[in-house]
Ligand binder design. Sequence first.
Ligand code: ZN
Length: 287
Amino acid sequence: MKIIHDHPAPKDAEARKAVAPVICYPNTTLPAFDPAFFDRAREGMELVAETYIPPRDARCFEVPAGHFVRIVSIEGPQVGDLNFWNRHDLTERFFSGKTRALHGTHISTGDRLWSTLPHLRPLATVTRDTLDWYGFDEFGGAVHDVIGTRCDPYTHAVLQGKDYHYCCHSNLTRALAAHCSLPMDEAELLVHDVLNVFMCTGFTKDTHQYFMKASPVRPGDYLEFFAETDLLGGMSACPGGDCGSSHSGDAATCYPMKVEVFRPLDGRLEGWTPSKPSPYSGGHGAG
Ligand SMILES: [Zn+2]
C-alpha cells in the first residue's frame, strides 16, 4: 500500500516523479468499433433464449457467434460476475488482465472482452451500456470493472476464518459443472477472473486499495454484448447484492438477474466474420 517510507528521497526525486506517463497499450490500431453496423444488426432481432439467474447462484448459457446477449437487471440492484469461454474449447476464456491493459479498469460500449493466450482474440464486443452515463464519480468509482477477480471461499476463509459456499467462484463452478456435465474439480479450474457487471468499484485515492460502493443499476438496465465467436457464458448473481456493504455472506439483499440472447435478422451481418486468434507466428524464439 506504499505507506512505509524507510528510505530518503534522492535529490532528484521530484524530477523523477514528474516524468509524464505514456499509455502502455495504445489501442488505436485495433479494429474500429462501428456503432452503425450494430444498430442495423439490432433492428428486428429476435429473442431466442432467456436464462434466469437466481440470487446467490449462477447459470450457464450459450451464445452463438453473431448473436447479441444482454445481462439484464430485473427486480432490484444486483451485481453479477460474468465468465465467457469459447464454446468449443473451454481452455480459451476471458482474459480480464489483458482486457484491463487494453481498455482500462472499467469497460463500456466499444470495448472488447479478449481471450487468453495463445489465442488473444475478441470473445465479445460491448455494444450497449445503459449505465454509460455514470462515467467516473468523485471517488474514482465506475461500473463494470475488470479489476476484481470474483468473490471466492478461499479468500473469505483466510480473512474471516470460516466457510461460505455461495461466493461467485463456487456458484460459477457449480453452474459450469452442471451445464457441461463436468466433475466439480475440473469445472473449478476453468472458472476465471470475471467481468464485474454493474459493480461500482475503484481504487482509493490515498492507498489505492480496491473499493466497492452501492451499484447505481436499477431494474431495466442492461449491458449488451455481440458474440464474436461461439460462446459459453456463466453468470453469478453475487451474494454481495448491490455490493454496497459486504459480499461473501448472507447479509446483503440479493435479487435475480436475467440473460437474454437475440438473433439478428438474416443478412444483417454482411461483412462480419467471427474473430480470429492473434496473428503471432508462435515458437517464442526457441528455434
Ligand atoms: Zn461475487
